[in-house]
Design a protein around this ligand. Structure first.
Ligand code: CP
Length: 312
């Protein structure tokens, strides 16, 4: 059990073997999570720092819980309340954290490439917890874990990713991860929120959400960033829901047993209707959004375990 890389800065270029190793290890971690005693010694003696320059509920808490369940020392640094608010640079912050003997640094930052920069200045392994509009690799890993768990595998799946692709780091990490694992990805949404460079990746791109959803094994909604509406990038919220939202009628076009996924946080009634979101795995719409959250802890446990075993 080992990865071929020290850091997880993105899924672009990560091998299928490494992704499989993380997902298979997460299977074991999920068994531990479901047991009465979640405590393991996997991270005993290790220090895990979460460094968040942007808000987070799922990613930050799941990394902290994962660290604690496995016996590691976990601490958090947020931009507000730290010396970042006094103007300390990212590099100086990295050098400071490096001197605190951390083994893994988990960074969320609004700037694309910030984790790559941090990785140049620390000895610890660095995990990208979301950088600008670039990547959110652990979200895509938990999404792939959920697909594998519910549908038995990833290769050959048709995955429709719907919404604000332009600003979505979740979409980009899923693109790289899913295609490496043999899935076929279709992106759909308003033309203003579909970046032109998507076509070059070989994925299907369409403005017609119905077309994307039809025959999909997985329908993934993306969070619409409501602040974009002011810039005229999409019509009114009501119209967005009508033309691009995951409504019961639209989701019904997907394959029987298709999964409905969303990374959270959701804008209910905008990119997804509550009837679809709250359906649960056993419902007509097969929403696995709650399960994605649980799987996020298992996947992050697996990743911390594997990265702290990396020895070059
Ligand atoms: N999906 C996701 O990254 O959620 P948080 O912003 O709550 O971490």
């Amino acid at each position: 059990m080992a990865l071929s890389q020290k850091n997880l800065l993105g899924l672009r270029g990560v091998s299928a073997a490494d992704i499989s190793e993380i997902l298979n290890t997460a299977d074991l971690m999920k068994v531990i999570l479901a047991s009465n005693n979640k405590k393991t010694p996997h991270l005993q003696g290790k220090t895990i720092l979460t460094v968040f320059y942007e808000n987070s509920t799922r990613t930050r808490l799941s990394f902290e819980l994962a660290s604690k369940y496995m016996g590691g020392v976990a601490a958090n640094m947020s931009a507000s309340g730290s010396s970042v608010a006094k103007g300390e640079s990212l590099v100086d912050t990295a050098r400071t954290l490096d001197r605190m003997a951390s083994d893994v640094l988990i960074l969320r930052h609004p700037m694309t490439g910030a984790p790559h920069l941090m990785a140049k200045h620390v000895r610890a392994s660095v995990i990208n917890a979301g950088d600008g509009t670039n990547e959110h690799p652990t979200q895509a890993l938990l999404d792939m874990f959920t697909m594998k768990e519910k549908l038995g595998g990833i290769a050959g799946l048709q995955v429709a990713i719907i919404g604000d692709v332009t600003h979505s780091r979740v979409a980009r990490s899923n693109l790289w991860g899913l295609t490496t694992m043999g899935a076929r990805v279709t992106f759909a949404g308003p033309s203003t929120l579909l970046p032109p460079e998507l076509e070059a990746t070989g994925c299907r791109v369409t403005e017609c959400v119905d077309d994307a959803v039809r025959e999909a094994d997985v329908v993934m909604g993306l969070r619409i960033q409501l602040e974009r509406q002011q810039k005229g990038l999409f019509p009114s919220v009501r119209e967005y829901h009508k033309f691009f939202g995951l409504t019961p009628e639209r989701v019904a076009l997907a394959k029987k047993g298709a999964l409905v996924m969303h990374p959270g946080p959701m804008n209910r009634g905008v990119e997804i209707s509550s009837i679809v979101a709250d359906g649960g795995d056993s419902s007509q719409y097969r929403s696995v959004i709650d399960e994605q959250v649980t799987n996020g802890v298992a996947v992050r446990m697996a990743l911390l375990f594997l990265l702290t075993r990396y020895n070059g």
